[in-house]
Write a protein that binds this ligand. Sequence first.
Ligand code: SF4
Ligand code: SF4
Length: 444
Amino acid sequence: MKNRQPDEIKPNRLSRRNFIKIGAATGASASVLGAAALEGEKDDALTEMAGQATLRPWEDLPFQITEKCRRMEQKYTGFCRELWDQEFVERIMLVGKKVDRVSLQKTDGWTALDRALNAAGWALDHKFASGSENGQPHSQAYAWDEQVRRQKVEFSDAQDAARKVKKAARFLGASLVGIADYDPLWTYATLVKIRDEEEESEGPPAFDTFVPEFPFEPRSVVAIAVEMDYEGIATSPSSLEGAATGLGYSHMASVGYSVATFLRELGYRSFALGNDVALSVPYAIAAGMGELGRHGLLITPEYGPRVRLAKVFTELELTPDKPRTFGVWEFCKSCKRCAESCPSQAISFDEPTLEGPTISNNPGVRKWYIDPEKCLEFWIENGSDCSNCITACPYNKLDLWHHQLASTATGLPGSPLHSLMARLDKLFGFGNTHDIRANTAFWK
Ligand code: SF4
Ligand code: SF4
């Protein structure tokens, strides 16, 4: 396809990719943006159905879920809004027109070498799971109806099954894996399906919304985390950082599809999901993999927020793990490094609330809401996505001595101490963003 200028780009498919194209560049932090919304007009039948859907807050999750929390509609997520929210698209395009890409592409982190790595990182995702980053459900590696072996392999009990599935997931490339019960609360009430994916069509493509009906009733969810490259993410916000993110998406598709295939070969209907169909962070928390941070991302003890999340819905009953807290909530109250490092002021400095600032925020959960509109606007201005909030987070460390800084402080009470540990982390030179040395160092 020929290169197009930002003002020529038509919103022709669901996409993080297209958003970046509007700014005319590369690759992501969709888990930040994926946390989107349902609290707009409730005047069509689908929305009404969504509102009446079963709501079963998990009392044992380490955050408060109120009656206001409803199943989200996918069309309110940041990337889907390019399909119908003209005012938002125009705002994004205006930002893209101001960017000087010619100068940008001469700097480290944006060179042809860096952009080639970006394309390579995303390659597997684009080839086999291009629906996932954009949220197109039931497609490619994330299709719902792959063949299942007729003969079922039996396990002695659900615990035995869980143990073996987790072992298989790690073998197949998961950095972290946990099990949660299926809960419809985290599945989008309605999904978006593009009718015509013709690249050159004028204007936004037509799309339908539909209530998801899976070929089976999911019982368990295998929550999967894949680590993203530390040095790549450290170059945020750059095209190199997009390479690390893209590779994370490619691994999500690979591991998710492989785990779902393993389960299908055992005789149990199963399918993998990326960012489509259902939220990932609540499942990862329920599965004991980590906690929610101020930046809206999962924080794991092992990699901090430097992971991408996938999941597998299965009819096989698996004993769920328990959510676990390790003090992140308290630490975040005094840390705020992600908010300080966010170039678009999309992350809150304030106390947790029950609702966010835009229609792409799903209300009803007490947490720190980010502003997905500001975040996306920065991506366009930047010419690539951004992981500043991951890079800056004191939990984002390799497993070395300094990793212990945040984890030690986490286990101790008292906000002054947490504040001090966050500052020390910075003094030791960790978590810098917009650091040109990280781009140069990457290739050495
Ligand atoms: S640092 Fe801010 S702009 Fe960058 S991804 Fe995080 S929320 Fe978005
Ligand atoms: S940077 Fe600090 S405030 Fe932000 S999520 Fe990480 S620990 Fe919490």
